[in-house]
Write a protein that binds this ligand. Sequence first.
Ligand SMILES: Nc1ncnc2c1ncn2[C@@H]1O[C@H](COP(=O)(O)OP(=O)(O)O)[C@@H](O)[C@H]1O
Ligand SMILES: [Mg+2]
Length: 264
Amino acid sequence: MLSMKDIEITFNEGTLDEKKALQGINLDMEKGDFVTVIGSNGAGKSTLMNMVSGSLKPDIGTVKINDKNVTMLPEYKRSQFIGRVFQDPMAGTAPTMTIEENLAMAYARNKKRTLKVGVSKKRKALFKEHLETLHLGLENRLNAKVGLLSGGERQALSLLMATFTEPNILLLDEHTAALDPSRAELITNLTGEVVEQFDLTTVMVTHNMQQALDLGNRLIMMDKGQIILEVSGQEKQQLTIEKLLHEFQRIRGKQMENDRAILG
Ligand SMILES: Nc1ncnc2c1ncn2[C@@H]1O[C@H](COP(=O)(O)OP(=O)(O)O)[C@@H](O)[C@H]1O
Ligand SMILES: [Mg+2]
């Protein structure tokens, strides 16, 4: 469904600031796979997301969606089948527009329809139905400006708008990190529900290890632009934060041994 093969991305190549942000990334996802991504700051997690969304092109390697090579396909052409939610609640929605207008925009993008001025009764009913699934009462506030919503409400709306896309790849980049713990938990639960409901193929970056363990059927750990650990299925279910930290230290230790060996 989504496949990345031998991906390399280097920033500022040939300069003192050269940074290998992704190196030898290989990841194959089936439809409905939900991969959580953890790793330290600068590990390459957001670069990976940007590469899948098409906002960054790999220097080397191939990205395929449904067996179609999309490596060079621009972001706007991918956006109709990739939904994204960012860390910043302000990023995913238009604050001066109403809830209804925001939903209409997301809907039009997906259906490749032009945005009509009014919203038909039928569509209004559909939007209400979608909003009800969030359990935030937003279905009664269709005409409220999105800029007036709380961060949690906006992230919930962003999530909903992201799911209006097909064939349903969902990219979440620390989308709960800016929220207070109770709102973060709400959005975490909502994420699980939405992914299941729409059978979305999902990649979620998170700083929260517990969230990475609770959600999804697969987990990857990134470090220095590489995938250094991959766990799935039952092994993932049995994983704990302690084991994960232990594994990280073990791999780091091994890397340091290798570095020392190379340096002599
Ligand atoms: N546009 C850019 N130009 C130069 N360097 C970048 C750019 N984007 C990211 N980087 C660098 O690439 C590395 C990976 O960044 P990023 O993918 O944002 O990490 P993460 O999301 O895991 O914290 C970092 O060292 C970062 O500074
Ligand atoms: Mg990041």
